[in-house]
Design a protein around this ligand. Structure first.
Ligand SMILES: *[C@@H]1O[C@H](CO)[C@@H](O)[C@H](O)[C@H]1NC(C)=O
Length: 197
């Protein structure tokens, strides 16, 4: 008699277990399922809160970086042509269009980095035609050292070349463009009206 009772009990537990695993599909509003849903929602809320915390931290870091690294930008060009510049000629782009951070000096033609940072520097030249064996070489110098060859041209027609450089500059480093070599009467076009056809 005892044995039968025991068997019956186990059987009953089995049926209950079977019911709870199947019941969420069949009956989503059962207490067990609601509890399960609630636990899941709680976990999701917790992870959302953690995500918000981490985003707040990122925003704080970015705001701090923005105050440590102010915007520096400049754009400048020539108001006049430069005819037959010889080696060592230092370009002074006298027409400043933009100078956030006041890094560019239109009297010396030099950009002095106001803050230490990575700088994206870009420049463009247009020159008049040369002959088959003529040569002009323009370079960008950083603290007096050549960091890029802006142009080498032998062309027999108008030539435009543009270059971009990414350089790390320390505050106070200076950058300018100059002629390294020129053995022909090239004219660097500053006045757009002289560009020709
Ligand atoms: C200019 O310099 C280049 C390179 O040194 C040379 O090949 C060329 O003959 C020179 N041209 C003239 C006109 O001197």
């Amino acid at each position: 008699m005892m044995l039968i009772f025991s068997f019956f009990f186990i059987f009953n537990v089995d049926v209950f277990a079977l019911k709870t695993t199947r019941s969420c599909d069949e009956d989503p509003s059962s207490n067990v399922c609601l509890l399960h849903e609630l636990t899941k929602e709680k976990q999701e809320l917790k992870s959302s809160q953690l995500e918000v915390q981490s985003l707040k931290k990122t925003v704080g870091t970015l705001q701090a970086q923005e105050t440590n690294c102010p915007t520096v930008a400049f754009r400048t060009q020539l108001t006049h042509d430069v005819a037959s510049p010889s080696a060592g000629f230092h370009f002074v782009f006298d027409d400043i269009k933009l100078n956030i951070g006041n890094g560019y000096n239109n009297h010396h033609g030099t950009f002095v980095a106001p803050v230490s940072a990575l700088y994206f520097l870009s420049y463009r030249f247009t020159i008049t035609p040369g002959t088959s064996n003529s040569l002009i070489r323009l370079v960008m110098k950083l603290n007096g050292e050549i960091v890029s060859h802006a142009m080498s041209a032998y062309e027999s027609h108008y030539t435009t070349a543009s270059y971009t450089n990414i350089n790390h500059l320390n505050a106070g480093d200076d950058v300018w463009l100059e002629v390294l070599e020129n053995n022909y009467s090239f004219v660097i076009i500053g006045n757009i009206a002289n560009l020709g056809p």
